[in-house]
Design a protein around this ligand. Structure first.
Ligand SMILES: Cc1cc2nc3c(=O)[nH]c(=O)nc-3n(C[C@H](O)[C@H](O)[C@H](O)COP(=O)(O)O)c2cc1C
Length: 190
């Protein structure tokens, strides 16, 4: 898959086939995060990969899905993610640019996933306290966000729009508005 296809096709996926993702592929997703740019190359991020079904189901209870179309955007039984990757910050390595590092790492994970037809949903809306407890995250680490993962079981596409930012699901397919290129691009001067 070329890079343009990965960037264009990657859309948030919230319904997943139920077959497990091989461990090597999960490791490869973390490797993609590992190789992302990092300010002053501090590399403050670590990852917890969760693919044990019981644990995945427990974490599922602590996250919120598709706020614009809740509750119909929430995966039902048989559509839930089969894995999660937690993004952790090692506090002693945290710097002012760490959240930029997280953006680069998370996007690398999601683009790498495209190669395997794996869909992701980056999730910021979660009960961090509970997730930390479930997975025994030590106090030396900050839990930032998590990424839900599974083989894609729904479709999503973007369209150009300056009218709305609200995605919707129409005939079972996500339609995701993206601000127009000419609106957001300023050449040489604003
Ligand atoms: C930092 C961040 C946090 C997000 N948190 C959630 C979330 O809690 N639940 C959810 O369903 N989607 C979440 N999303 C996914 C966005 O809704 C999605 O990226 C957006 O609608 C654009 O769709 P696209 O990813 O297909 O381009 C999050 C995305 C980002 C970047």
């Amino acid at each position: 898959m070329n890079i343009t296809d990965a960037i264009t096709q990657r859309r948030t996926i919230r319904k997943y086939k139920q077959h497990k993702i091989p461990k090597d592929i999960l490791k490869n997703l973390v490797n993609a995060a590992r190789l992302a740019p990092s300010a002053t190359n501090k590399q403050p991020l670590e990852y917890v990969v969760v693919d044990n079904k019981q644990l995945v189901d427990s974490i599922f209870e602590q996250v919120s899905w598709a706020s614009y179309i809740a509750p119909r955007g929430t995966p039902s039984e048989g559509e839930k993610p089969t894995a999660f990757i937690l993004i952790l910050i090692k506090k002693e390595l945290k710097a002012s640019y760490t959240y930029h590092d997280i953006g680069a790492a998370a996007e690398n994970i999601m683009l790498q996933a495209e190669e395997y037809d794996i869909g992701c949903c980056w999730i910021g809306s979660l009960n961090k306290k509970k997730v930390r407890e479930i997975l025994n995250v030590p106090p030396e680490y900050e839990l930032d966000t998590i990424i839900a993962i599974g083989y894609k079981d729904e479709e999503s596409e973007y369209y150009d729009s300056d009218e709305t930012v609200k995605y919707d699901k129409i005939n079972g397919k996500y339609k995701v508005p993206k601000r127009k290129l000419e609106t957001i691009t300023h050449f040489n001067a604003f």
